[in-house]
Design a protein around this ligand. Structure first.
Ligand code: DWN
Ligand code: ZN
Length: 408
């Protein structure tokens, strides 16, 4: 029988559509001496038959996800730095223009976006539950509080700082399982004509784009225009703009305002029609998705096994959260990939969650190039391939697996 759960947003019935098996918390990069602290859960995605929201069937507690072992630094790529600078510049030019504007970022990570806001002298507050990255944000001069966002924190912030003109989140709103607490918090904190802007993994990229590795414990939801419209309406808001973003393989940026306050852009209706045409809730589409994801697993494992059997030297590049899903779903451990390299200092010397593949620095990778490298950070492919030109010039090859397994 297909497993079911109650929708976290509308209390409708969520039907399981993809099972990715036993998985650890995706960003829990433990040192070798602490592997006994690894906590596992069941990773599976389902679709709500009422509001269409794609979501996890089970979740890990928030407190467990953002422990000291949380090592992701949002400023870790040139592409991300430029992207967040553009976001800040636009908000400064279009929204933060009043006498004393105020912006709040939910999950500001290492402050990569708020850094530009702080340098412009604009009042801001970052809310970041992961202590390690919150400290990095503070060190670069960003004002932060080290906690989770919810209704009670919104009440406190409003009392201390007043209403926010902009509430912003990037890849963080999808991780707040308590949608009611989130939206009540936004309602409390946002000014009468303010906007709530959030950019998040797009259900269409995950399903039809086959980016199944976006599914991990941090991402409780995979939004779409249809599900965000349902969410907005439920809490007295309206979706007034939608834009495509390409930092993590294909996200959507949603702008919500209080219902009736702003005129929705033409992009909202256009994207809504596009979604109706492909219908991501169609059981046949979802079955094909699950079959394609299992094919990817079989093809990737077969390729790595045959390379190893031929005595080829193989490794991984990047230890993103996405790689946790792939390695654990595929059963890829140090026998198939002896190491991965990653530029994040806080991940080096630690182990990939669950698979326990050691993480080394890119310098160690360059010292002795492997012949084949699985590009786990495939969303940064252009930047990485350009940076590692010498690797390819020597005849070595990259392996990618989204949308399907290929050697490039
Ligand atoms: O949604 C989320 C996004 C925003 O960030 C979070 N839940 C967690 C995280 O996801 P991710 O870990 O999949 O993000 P990235 O940006 O795809 O991670 C890339 C990884 O690759 C980082 O660990 C840094 C590393 N990297 C590298 O070693 N060399 C990246 C580049 C560009 C490089 O040149
Ligand atoms: Zn629902």
């Amino acid at each position: 029988m297909t497993p079911l759960r109650t929708c976290r947003m509308c209390q409708g019935s969520v039907r399981q559509v993809l099972d990715l098996g036993r998985q650890p918390s995706a960003n829990a990069f433990l040192p070798p001496a602490a592997v006994a602290d690894e906590v596992y859960f069941h990773l599976a995605a389902g679709v709500c038959e009422s509001c269409t929201l794609l979501q996890l069937m089970d979740e890990t507690p928030q407190g467990l996800r953002y422990r000291d072992s949380y090592r992701y630094e949002a400023s870790g790529s040139k592409g991300a730095q430029e992207h967040f600078e553009r976001v800040a510049d636009r908000l400064l030019a279009t929204e933060l223009t009043g006498a004393d504007p105020f912006i709040v970022e939910i999950g500001c990570n290492d402050g990569v976006m708020l850094d530009s806001i702080a340098r412009a002298g604009v009042r801001h507050l970052g809310i970041e539950p992961a202590k390690g990255v919150a400290d990095l944000a503070e060190a670069r001069g960003v004002t932060i509080i080290n906690e989770f966002f919810g209704h009670s924190s919104a009440v406190d912030i409003r009392q201390l700082h007043g209403a926010a003109d902009v509430i912003y989140g990037a890849n963080t709103i999808c991780s707040i399982a308590d949608i009611t607490g989130l939206m009540r918090g936004v309602d409390t904190l946002l000014s009468a004509d303010g906007i709530f802007v959030f950019e998040e993994p797009y259900a269409d990229t995950v399903v039809r784009g086959r980016a199944f590795d976006q599914i991990y414990d941090e991402h409780v939801f995979y939004f779409s225009v249809r599900s965000v419209e349902a969410m907005a309406e439920r809490f007295g808001f309206e979706l007034v703009d939608v834009e495509h973003v390409a930092q993590h393989g294909g996200e959507l940026r949603y702008t919500l305002a209080r219902a009736g306050v702003r005129t929705p852009s033409a992009a909202v209706l256009k994207q809504w029609h596009a979604e109706m045409e492909v219908d991501l809730t169609d059981p046949a589409t979802l079955q094909q998705w699950s079959a394609a994801v299992h094919d990817t697993r079989d093809n990737l494992v077969a390729l790595l096994r045959s390379l190893r059997a031929d005595g080829r030297r193989v490794a991984g590049y990047g230890a993103p959260a996405k790689a946790t899903t792939v390695t654990n779903f595929c059963g890829i451990g140090p026998d198939l990939l002896p190491f991965v390299c990653d530029s994040t200092p806080g991940k080096q010397g630690r182990l990939m969650p669950g698979s326990h593949i050691p993480i080394v620095s890119p310098g160690a990778f360059r010292d002795d190039y492997p012949e084949f490298v699985v590009l786990f950070a495939w969303n940064h492919a252009d930047e990485i391939i350009a940076k590692e030109q010498a690797f390819r010039e020597l005849g070595n090859k990259w392996i990618v697996y989204v949308p399907e397994v290929r050697i490039i």
